[in-house]
Design a protein around this ligand. Structure first.
Ligand code: AMP
Ligand code: GLY
Length: 423
């Protein structure tokens, strides 16, 4: 069948790389894609939230499956757009309905869902401009650190963690006053949890589920987890601290009640659930839900899946995941992200990239790259994710770092300490 993949990051290059290995994949199209996805299929100049443009491409190109990479089209309802259109109804959209994607699109929705189904998470209250004084009081009655979350999507910037009570109160006023636009017209304030974070990915058909390899990403720009938050500077899978006992707790206390909760609330969910978890003294808590795969976690999770993921996604659409046999590669996978100098603040694009042909022994996934009349140039903050396999983490990292050096562009930056806390 012909497949359309939406997105343009390292996650999407990894999906494209994995999907084209499937005998079920005939033509692969990527919208809008990058210079890497172009080597796996055909890039289309369509933005991920241009539903009419996507519809035209799907009909013109006989596309039978649409795989949605990022959250924005899901939260905006691309699944429902396809279901409610006579011409598109039969197309398999791999992603949840708009109502279910609110697990990522609204922190308040996610928190009330977890409360209802007894899923372990930080205790919380939600506030709007109308009860600002209640919010200020809540802060004065609780101890630091204060965790303030904009309810809606804020491009990964909507969470503030503050040590000072006055500052937290001021920020609450700012947020409710429109600091993140409509996204912060409601704010969730929650208990601070202390522990090590990890990401669990689940694929579901709404009733059955499979748990994909566990991963950890490194969010801060600076070594030793310091400095500003980024989209993610590297990732590792599997993780030494996530043993069978912890995974059993995750499955019983989080995965199963989440799937049951979706069914009880009649939320139509096909595709990937990303559980952002924290291990607090051996007990897993949910920090956040995302309605998609993570980036850069996908760049280590998909390489560890040996079975056919097109088959897996088809089974998730058709409700037959119980019959799908997920096969996992035992090796460790690591990825190291090369970023543009200045990122996650202002950075320049259009830098000429060299050395790609000198890489070997790694999968070089493109993120912010573009083919400019035959020359590959930088086109984003995160530029490449360099994934390697190893019998252990150090062996994998060694290869990723060798190739990180081989690739050159002006003001290239990367963290030299991915996996530092796992050694
Ligand atoms: P979120 O967008 O909800 O994933 O939050 C972004 C980051 O803030 C998370 O990856 C955590 O590092 C941190 N964070 C969020 N909620 C909490 C919490 N309740 N306790 C401690 N850290 C948190
Ligand atoms: N790596 C975290 C995310 O994709 O949101």
């Amino acid at each position: 069948m012909n497949i359309l993949l939406l997105g343009s990051g390292g996650r999407e290059h990894a999906f494209a790389w994995k999907m084209t290995q499937s005998p079920r994949c005939d033509q692969l199209y990527i919208a809008p894609g990058n210079a890497g996805t172009e080597t796996e299929g055909t890039n289309l100049p369509i933005q991920v939230n241009d539903f009419d443009g996507i519809k035209n491409a799907v009909l013109d190109l006989n596309i039978e499956m649409v795989v949605v990479g990022p959250e924005v089209p899901l939260v905006e309802g691309i699944f429902d757009f396809f279901q409610s259109d006579e011409d598109l109804k039969k197309v398999m959209v791999i992603g949840p309905s708009k109502a279910a994607a609110a697990l990522e699109g609204s922190k308040a929705f996610a928190k009330s869902f977890m409360k209802e189904f007894n899923i372990p998470t930080a205790s919380y209250e939600e506030f709007t401009q109308e009860n600002l004084s209640g919010g200020l009081q809540y802060i004065s009655e609780h101890k630091a650190p204060y965790v303030l979350k904009a309810d809606g999507l804020a491009a990964g910037k909507g969470v503030l963690i503050l040590d000072d009570q006055n500052e937290a109160q001021k920020e609450l006023e700012n947020m409710l006053g429109g600091k993140f636009g409509a996204a912060s017209s409601k704010v969730v304030i929650e208990e601070f949890l202390s522990g090590i974070e990890f990401s669990v990915f689940v694929v579901t058909d709404g009733k059955n589920y499979k748990i994909l390899p566990v991963a950890k990403d490194y969010k801060r720009i600076g070594e030793g987890d310091t400095g500003l938050n980024t989209g993610g500077m590297g990732a590792v899978s599997p993780l030494p601290f996530v043993d069978e006992i912890l995974m059993k707790k995750v499955e019983e206390r989080i995965v199963q009640p989440t799937i049951q909760g979706l069914q009880k609330r009649e939320l139509n969910y096909i595709g990937f659930i990303f559980l952002g978890l924290i291990n607090v003294d051996g007990e897993p808590f949910v920090i956040e839900y995302n309605c998609r795969m993570g980036d850069p976690e996908t760049e280590v999770v998909l390489p560890r899946i040996k079975s056919d993921i097109v088959e897996m996604m088809k089974a998730s659409y058709e409700g037959t995941l119980d019959r799908y046999e997920l096969q996992i590669d035992d090796r460790t996978a690591t990825t190291v992200v090369l970023v543009s100098g200045g990122y996650p603040e202002a950075y320049e694009k259009g830098k000429w990239i060299s050395g790609l042909e000198q890489t070997h022994g790694s999968l070089v996934f493109h993120a912010g790259t573009k083919n400019d009349a035959g020359a590959i140039v930088t086109n984003g903050g995160r530029v490449f994710a360099i994934t390697s396999y190893g019998n252990d983490m150090n062996e994998a990292l060694e290869k990723s770092y060798q190739n990180a050096e081989a690739i050159q562009f002006e003001r290239k930056n990367y963290r030299r300490d991915i996996g530092f806390d796992l050694k």
